[in-house]
Design a protein around this ligand. Structure first.
Ligand code: DGT
Ligand code: MG
Length: 554
């Protein structure tokens, strides 16, 4: 363990607390017997001094223990969160498509906080209270084994109802954590869809839906409260029985002179003092159930293995050739790429057209390995794409989609994303993507901070940023999946021209709905239901391919 030093300090602190607590019970005995009964003046002046020492030991111990255990707890959580975030970013794209981003956020924040609670409070309190119980019990037995026996027989009776409560607690913890996650997901959904909600005036519908989720969170939390609140009365009633028995039997011992008044009070005080730690331990046990569930949910995520994993051959050269041999891809049960074969060489510009849902995006997703083919082989420069390292593959590919991703950072850092910033090249890339004109208008130019959701940019401006990022990368495979759909005809044409200068040095794969953008592609692939049904130049396809003629008419 990395925390040996902190842990030792914490344990020393806990021991001090336990010994200090037993000491406070012990000091009652000389106070009564020597000072009040025997009227001993020396003891009178010594005892207050001891009292201060005992409480100081306890206080310092408490401080040391709290500090070091919290240190361990917070540090464990920090590392856990780091690991979890790294781990999650390597998960398959399918995972992110299937899981609500709100759910992921909830796991990283809410669940981790519950786990943090365990390390910083539950475990140390549990250890400290247990040590205190042990110290007090030893003291009680030492003071009067006979009386202690009665007490120690009654106490275990408390365990039965308490363990029942703990079981209930576990059930409600699970339900409450699940409903909290759902609620947070709903929140995310509401705010990311706010435009739709406002433009349809559906606030009431949405808030009613939210209200339901919110209510289930409340319902399970209040059930947890109910179970927790039962613990104290049960403990108190059982405790009062135990103490009643002790008073009766202990009183008899004192009356019959087999025990001093001081011993009896010390003993009783120790019993009273035992009550709190025992109560706390049982409450902590309930709370721990909450953390057990959170921990389970956390490990579900941490144990998840991505299906798409990096190979170990480094792609050292530019991409010269991409070959699909009889490739199939299914999403769950649905076939989306259905036996596609194609051979693409450097300098080729390939265009993909077809109905919505025909499989064009799925095709390009295979090239960046968002998914792996279920059957067939995709090879890059003659090597199976699965055997290449992901990072060397991605270094050669620029992937621009309709959804533009902008980081909360400067224009320059957004353009040079993942690479060293070369300001001259940033400006060049912006110029080629026709983005420089509006960036230059900003007071800070390429040092302007962009809003992460890109709200301070228009749709067309965002696409130009994305194109500039792709051009900066100097890729050997450029994929444009409706990357210019938000641009006006003029800018689109200008970008086409800018791309012409690099087109014969690299492979470009363009998905477009507007056929005008791809008319001069070297080869146009017409997709239908996951198959390539025609493949030729614009002119030839107009003559030979019915499906293409239909698309051209639209
Ligand atoms: P588009 O962008 O509307 O022009 O259509 P394509 O050609 O890009 O279609 P594509 O490849 O996105 O989708 C092909 C089929 O696969 C379509 O029926 C929707 C379905 N699909 C797409 N992504 C997913 C996914 O992540 N999970 C599942 N289960 N199905 C998906
Ligand atoms: Mg698509």
């Amino acid at each position: 363990m990395d925390y040996k030093r902190e842990f030792i300090f914490a344990i020393v602190g806990m021991l001090a607390v336990a010994i200090g607590t037993a000491g406070t019970a012990q000091i009652i005995k000389p106070t009564l017997d020597n000072v009040f009964v025997a009227k001993d003046a020396t003891m009178l002046s010594i005892i207050p001094f001891f009292l201060i020492v005992i409480f100081s030991i306890k206080g310092v111990g408490q401080y040391i223990q709290t500090y070091y255990m919290s240190y361990i707890g917070l540090d464990v959580v920090r590392k856990l969160r780091d690991d979890l975030v790294t781990h999650l970013t390597y998960q398959d794209i399918a995972f992110f498509n299937n899981m609500h981003s709100g759910e992921i956020l909830s796991r990283i924040t809410n669940d981790i906080t519950r786990i943090q609670n365990v390390v910083t409070t539950i475990i140390p309190n549990f250890i400290r209270e247990s040590l205190t119980i042990v110290a007090l019990t030893i003291y009680v037995i030492y003071e009067s084994p006979k009386l202690a026996l009665y007490f120690l027989v009654i106490m275990p009776l408390a365990i039965l109802p308490l363990s029942r409560l703990a079981k209930k607690m576990k059930k409600y913890s699970k339900l409450s954590q699940e409903s909290t996650s759902t609620m947070i997901s709903r929140l995310g959904e509401i705010f990311s869809n706010i435009e739709v909600i406002k433009s349809n005036s559906t606030q009431t519908i949405e808030s009613n839906k939210f209200s339901q989720e919110n209510y289930s969170v409340f319902k399970y939390l209040i059930k947890q409260v109910k179970v927790n609140a039962l613990t104290t009365p049960i403990m108190e009633i059982l405790g009062s029985i135990a103490i009643g028995v002790v008073i009766y039997i202990g009183g008899t011992e004192v009356i019959e002179d087999r025990m001093s008044v001081g011993s009896f009070f010390s003993f009783s005080a120790a019993l009273f003092m035992l009550y709190n730690p025992i109560k706390r331990v049982s409450k902590l046990y309930n709370k721990a159930q909450d953390a057990v569930i959170a921990n389970y949910r956390m490990h579900q995520l941490l144990n998840m293995k991505p299906k798409v994993v990096s190979g170990d051959i480094v792609l050292n050269n530019r991409i010269e050739r991409v070959v699909f041999r009889n490739v199939y891809l299914n999403y769950e049960d649905k076939r989306v790429i259905d036996g596609v074969s194609i051979d693409i060489k450097r300098g080729d510009s390939i265009a993909l057209v077809g109905d919505s849902g025909a499989g064009k995006t799925s095709f390009v997703n295979l090239l960046v390995r968002f998914y792996d083919a279920d059957m067939g082989v995709i090879s890059i420069n003659g090597v199976n794409i699965k055997e290449l390292t992901l990072s060397s593959l991605h270094k050669e590919i620029a992937f621009v989609t309709q959804r533009v991703h902008i980081f909360n950072d400067t224009v320059a850092n957004n353009i040079a994303y993942g690479q060293e910033v070369d300001r001259k090249r940033v400006v060049e890339a912006l110029k080629k993507a026709y983005a420089l004109e509006f960036i230059e208008k900003y007071e800070n130019g390429i040092d302007t901070i962009l809003n992460e959701s890109g709200n301070n940019l228009s749709g067309g401006q965002r696409q130009r940023i994305a194109l500039a990022r792709a051009l900066y990368k100097n890729p050997s495979l450029l994929i444009l999946d409706e990357a210019t759909s938000a641009l006006d005809n003029k800018s689109e044409l200008l970008i086409q021209r800018a791309l012409e200068s690099i087109r014969d040095k690299i492979i470009t794969v363009t998905v477009a709905h507007r056929l005008s953008t791809i008319e001069d592609a070297d080869r146009i692939l017409v997709f239908k239901n996951g198959k390539i049904i025609c493949s030729d130049t614009h002119q030839n396809l107009l003559n030979s391919c019915n499906e293409y003629r239909k698309l051209a008419k639209l």
